[in-house]
Design a binder for this molecule. Structure first.
Ligand code: SF4
Length: 612
């Protein structure tokens, strides 16, 4: 095969053994890579009902056929597992040189199982795979461990690691690389910690095989050049995603005070232009010429890498209007290996719980000191931090007092940075995202606010599915960054051409979207298998957005309409070929080539309902 290396590395950490195995062509053609490989491997290899933090759970790192090749934004890696936060399918995509080195070492994916006897790191150096005792790395921050590994193994190795939060099994601990690139929101860092694994270290020296080198070079250099010519390129390089703070404020979707409002009085102080005043540099992922990581000096004088989501959640959502202090919280999250989105959500939840006298602790909205203490306490599971380390769903269950109504999560994953009181399409995007409430799969909100934003139309459902097919499908199975397309407008048609040059496989959008649908269907089947059925309530956003009108800004008085949301959700199921209970129909699975998976799923659900 060209494009793909054709090999998956399986590592049993408990036994300290590994095997590199060739995989069938059908896996490559049917699932392409990245998220596609991850869900197929999890479905095939993970015993249903496995506890996410047990040795039997699998941690998968998967690349696509363009990963590590010199094409735009190809330095990405999908990290996936059964999530300890949600109990369902979890993944994240991380920009890292590890993606490049893993492919050069000859692997399209790595599957880790078991638990290392001692605290360890895994070193993959071409075909030499070694589990190394790493007691002295334990407790280090993510940037410290990366620096130490490079001192010990050479500056040319690439590293992904966990911080203390992953070691302490915080349910939204993530995996970090290069000092600020993070991925695996739904607790992939905790899964790594449960395996006694502090870091994965890669070095590869082989050439990745491609079908047509000249065509790939031509397509890639045209795409690189085109990116720099696009009108928004200069501004994007200045602000990256940070410009979204002002945009969200203007459109009343900036989450404020635990998503009770969509505007924040101090938005300007934490926006893109404020960021430019304290910007000291830029950082990005391998093979990207649209570098978007903004390096700023934080309130302690250290360097922190800012983007929109982190600032929205650790700033506006906790009512903190000082960007240097927000940057400090963000740096702490990166160093400790905590997902900044879930963290900002958990702190907002705690501030509100204190305001409502559900906690003994007296916490103040906007208090940097309170937030800073909580960040550390969560990472080390101290006091109230131990409760918040379990995630907002669990914390609200424990606290009671009606807190479920304003616990901002879907399927256990905390909501990312968009308030949806006045954005029903985006609410549906959160409701139907395949990992829980995340914006990655369908950022419909930018389109929605320009159209009939209050409507609950079929047009929105169609747009949502189109975006899921592109963002959650195409970009996640190619394992490329979507931002040059989303933010700069790089033509989508370039991606099938790049795929063809690398693999020789000529797929039109109809076939690529069929792959996307297959992956979505299998991810939903995975959830249903793990949950032993399904309830449509799991696809609903929190009650707050339906019941508590906003009180500020041009959209004040807004709530979502439960009936309207329900009708969009039913239309979504129908368009996807799922039953009114949200379960893929047997006929849909068979059409997508998932016949044996359908057979297995039928053992976990009430057949007359799901294929009636
Ligand atoms: S646009 Fe940003 S996130 Fe995407 S590859 Fe480039 S640096 Fe990474």
């Amino acid at each position: 095969m060209s494009g793909w290396t054709g090999t998956i590395l399986y590592v049993d950490l408990g036994k300290g053994k590994s095997i590199a195995d060739r995989y069938p062509r059908e896996l490559a053609y049917g699932f392409i890579g990245g998220r596609g490989f991850a869900v197929k491997l999890l479905w095939d290899l993970l015993k249903p009902g496995t506890s996410p933090l047990s040795p039997e759970n699998l941690l998968i790192l998967a690349a696509g056929p363009l990963t590590g090749l010199p094409v735009p934004s190809s330095g990405k890696l999908v990290i996936a597992s059964k999530s300890p936060l949600t109990g369902g399918y979890g993944d994240g995509s991380i920009g890292t040189h590890a993606a490049v080195q893993m492919r050069r070492a000859g692997y399209d994916a790595i599957v880790l199982k078991g638990r290392a006897e001692n605290r360890s790191i895994l070193v993959v150096d071409d075909d030499r795979v070694e589990l190394v005792d790493a007691e002295d790395y334990w407790g280090l921050s993510t940037s410290e461990v990366e620096r130490r590994v490079k001192e010990d193994y050479g500056g040319d190795v690439a590293v992904v690691s966990i911080g203390p939060a992953g070691e302490n099994l915080v349910k939204y601990a993530n995996v970090v690389s290069q000092g600020g690139r993070a991925g695996g929101r739904p607790g992939m860092g905790a899964v790594m910690g449960s395996k006694n694994l502090k870091a994965l270290v890669f070095r590869g020296s082989s050439e990745i095989p491609v079908a047509d080198k000249q065509a790939l070079k031509r397509e890639a250099s045209e795409a690189y050049r085109r990116i720099t010519e696009l009108p928004n390129y200069g501004f994007w390089r200045r602000q990256g995603t940070m410009a979204t703070v002002e945009w969200s404020q203007e459109n009343s979707v900036l989450p404020c005070m635990n998503f009770r409002e969509g505007v924040f009085e101090e938005a300007e102080a934490i926006g893109g232009f404020a960021m430019e005043k304290i910007k000291v540099g830029q950082r990005g992922c391998p093979y990207c010429n649209a570098t978007c990581g903004n390096l700023v000096e934080d309130s302690t004088g250290s360097v922190s890498e800012l983007d929109y989501e982190n600032v929205a959640m650790l700033g506006a959502n906790i009512a903190l209007g000082d960007l240097e202090k927000v940057a400090t919280l963000n740096r702490m999250a990166d160093e400790l290996g905590l997902d900044a989105i879930s963290l900002g959500n958990a702190i907002g939840f705690a501030f509100e719980a204190s305001e409502r006298h559900l906690l003994d602790e007296k916490l103040e909205w906007g208090s940097f000191e309170d937030a800073k203490t909580l960040v550390e306490d969560i990472a080390y599971r101290r006091g109230l931090g131990a409760l918040l380390a379990e995630g907002v769903r669990y914390a609200s269950l424990k606290l009671g007092g009606g807190s479920k109504r304003w616990a901002m999560y879907v399927k256990g994953l905390e909501i990312s940075g968009y308030d949806c009181h006045s954005a029903p399409g985006m609410a549906l995007a959160y409701g139907t995202s395949p990992i829980g409430a995340h914006h990655k799969d369908a950022w419909i909100i930018s389109w929605e606010v320009k159209t009939d934003r209050r409507s609950y139309s079929g047009e929105k459902v169609d747009k949502l599915i189109e975006l899921q097919r592109i963002r959650g499908g195409l970009f996640e199975f190619l394992t490329l960054c979507r931002l040059p397309w989303v933010e700069l407008g790089l033509e989508l048609e370039r991606y099938p051409r790049l795929l063809h040059a690398a693999t020789g496989l000529r797929l039109g959008f109809d076939k690529l979207f069929e792959v996307a649908d297959r992956i979505y269907c299998l991810i939903r089947a995975f959830w249903v298998r793990e949950y032993g059925g399904w309830s449509i309530e799991l696809d609903y956003p929190p009650d707050r957005w339906f019941e508590e009108p906003t009180r500020k800004g041009p959209c004040r008085g807004s709530t979502l309409d439960r009936e309207g949301y329900g009708s969009m959700l039913q239309l979504y199921y129908a368009r996807r070929g799922w039953s009114p209970q949200g379960i893929p129909r047997r006929s849909t699975m068979e059409r997508l080539g998932l016949t044996s998976e359908a057979e297995e799923l039928s053992r976990y659900v009430n057949i007359p309902l799901w294929d009636s």
